[in-house]
Design a binder for this molecule. Structure first.
Ligand SMILES: *Cc1c(COP(=O)(O)O)cnc(C)c1O
Length: 576
């Protein structure tokens, strides 16, 4: 009989870095992502494959996806199913491991997807699945819904991701040199590693020293993404005991994960040697939030090829050949002829405007300065800031600007949903003065159409809550300048009037400004720059405008890409 080699065999030959993420945006039709975190994970994997970095990834199957968004004419979001068919995109692996959850044995298998690069690099992704006939129904559902269910459901998912992930890698025969936790969701993997690396009880003078914390620390890398306390997953110890049992003594666990509750971020911080924030400012904010821990920073990026529209790809191929695998070549952006860059941009813009008019019944046109805003609809993103003074916006913008919005609110995020409704009300309020529209069901495909088709990309988060932000980097890759609050990556990418424009000033800790005052100041600055600088430049100085587009590419896309980011992870975090 012919020997059939396991589909993972080729990846077992050399040691790997295992990248764990609750969500991964790898293909638009695999609904295993919800927003920025998952898209970043996908871009990380795409760059790792291009650069032939020996990495693999582990995530949940999320067979029922996140959700599809529909919005009624009044602006009420409703959620529809987003199932996807794993067999269409991935290959089931026969190996199986077991976890103990709520006292039951839960079987876990994995589906394999291989991200292949034209360079020949390959990165395997394992999608963990508990929907197996031998499991109890409630356990079968653990890997169904991305960010669905209650706390208990989330804890079960994080057990499958962290502990199940390590076990399946072991079962498959991988040699893992580093475990990289993309956000705290995966930090239970540290417990599995502690269980694996126990010291001999005879050799230690204190029984707690059985747990070889230093050994685990050496093996782990942790990237935090959340600059607010409330954003970190935490579970009561009653729940943990009930779901996970006491796999290591509670006394020891509390020392590592927090006395009151099991805080996933604390657990990761205490069991990781290399911890980083995702922008320089985010590192500072994290150090304030978690005193006593050492943080590094590696600013996020986006995958250049993925986030460049084909019209721009053709232009770059012609004048900057090799750019996709060497985004540093954007330094030669001045080679792009102005008229060709403008033509490529206008082709993208036509595609967007056609889509907006078709989908929303708007009557937008391609000659009007078009402003885009799309991201998760949640309070801190302040999607309604631009509408703070509708009359003023109408006066400044009538006949001169158009606005396009998109974004999903988490089904349980009531303020987020109210924000969408408010945007709809404002769009209606501007009717006849300023054309504005909201496109439903924001996803990666729509994101690319938006970031390449608008003239400026607006971002107005409440600082310091935008850890990095990445959609603005996508815009820059398409020659679209940013107009943004100075937070996250934009603090590093912004050169006023050169790569784009800032809104407001950099947030300083302890500044005595209320949210209301901050909103008022930011809106004032937004309106002023729009009226006095951005609109006049767009209509009266096209040459300067195109220079700014070139700078977005040459100064922002040049740096804010995942090729640069991954090379930093390799030299600073993976090889130590
Ligand atoms: C890039 C992207 C995001 C992240 O955008 P931010 O501006 O960083 O919040 C979210 N959702 C989708 C679909 C994306 O493509």
């Amino acid at each position: 009989m012919e020997h059939i080699e396991s589909p993972v065999a080729e990846f077992l030959k050399s040691p790997k870095i295992a990248y764990f993420s609750m969500e991964i945006g790898i293909l638009n039709d695999m609904h295993t992502y919800s927003g920025g975190l998952g898209v970043l994970a996908g871009d990380t994997i795409r760059s790792a494959a291009d650069l032939k970095i020996p990495l693999l990834a582990v995530t949940l199957l999320s067979k029922k996806g996140y959700f599809r968004q529909a919005i009624d004419p009044a602006g009420n979001q409703s959620e529809g199913p987003a199932d996807w068919d794993p067999a269409k995109f991935t290959e089931p692996l026969p190996e199986k491991i077991y976890l103990e959850i709520e006292g039951r044995h839960v079987a876990v298998k994995a589906w394999l997807f291989v991200q292949k690069s034209i360079t020949g690099g390959k990165v395997p992704i394992l999608f963990l699945d508990t929907d197996l006939p031998e499991n109890a129904q409630t356990d079968r559902e653990i890997t169904w819904h991305l960010y669905g269910g209650d706390e208990r459901y989330r804890l079960k998912q994080e057990i499958v991701l962290g502990m199940g992930g390590v076990r399946i890698l072991r079962k498959l025969g991988f040699d893992i040199r580093k475990y990289h936790m993309n956000e705290g969701h995966a930090s239970l993997l540290t417990l599995e590693l502690l269980l694996e690396h126990q010291r001999d009880i005879e050799s230690v003078w204190d029984e707690d020293l059985v747990w070889d914390v230093d050994k685990v620390k050496e093996m782990c890398v942790f990237t935090t993404h959340t600059p607010v306390e409330a954003g970190h997953d935490r579970f009561s110890y009653e729940l943990v005991k009930d779901v996970l049992g006491e796999i290591i003594p509670l006394r020891v666990l509390k020392k590592l994960a927090g006395q009151e509750k099991l805080n996933m971020t604390h657990l990761a911080l205490n069991l990781t040697e290399y911890v980083n924030g995702v922008a320089k400012k985010h590192k500072e904010v994290s150090m304030m939030m978690f005193p006593g821990y050492e943080f590094s920073s590696i600013t996020n990026g986006v995958h250049s090829f993925t986030w460049t529209h084909k019209n721009l790809r053709l232009l770059y191929d012609k004048h900057l050949p090799g750019w996709a695998n060497e985004p540093e070549l954007f330094v030669r952006v001045d080679r792009l002829p102005e008229d060709e860059l403008w033509a490529a941009h206008m082709a993208c813009k036509r595609e967007l405007i056609d889509l907006v008019n078709r989908k929303t019944g708007s009557s937008m046109n391609c000659d009007t300065l078009t402003i885009g805003f799309a991201r998760r609809a949640t309070a801190y993103k302040r999607g309604t800031l631009v509408f703070r003074d509708l009359e003023r916006l109408a006066r400044i913008g009538a006949g001169k600007i158009q606005l396009v919005f998109a974004g999903k609110a988490h089904p349980k995020d009531t303020p987020g949903k109210a924000g969408i409704k408010k945007i709809f009300d404002c769009i209606a309020g501007l009717k006849g003065k300023v054309e504005a529209a909201y496109l439903p069901d924001y996803d990666m495909e729509l994101a690319l159409t938006l970031v390449s088709g608008v003239d400026i990309w607006l971002n107005t988060p409440r600082p310091p809550r935008e850890a990095s932000g990445t959609s603005g980097m996508k815009a820059a890759h398409n020659g679209v300048p940013n107009f943004s609050i100075l937070d996250g990556w934009w603090i590093e990418g912004h050169i006023e009037g050169y790569t784009g424009w800032a809104i407001g000033s950099v947030y300083t800790e302890g500044a005595d400004v209320t949210e209301e005052e901050r909103d008022a100041q930011d809106a004032e600055d937004l309106y002023r720059k729009l009226e006095e600088i951005i609109i006049p430049t767009y209509y009266n100085n096209r040459h300067l405008w195109i220079r700014i587009m070139q700078n977005a590419i040459g100064k922002n896309a040049y740096y804010f890409n995942t090729h640069r980011m991954m090379l930093r992870y390799v030299t600073e975090a993976y090889i130590r």
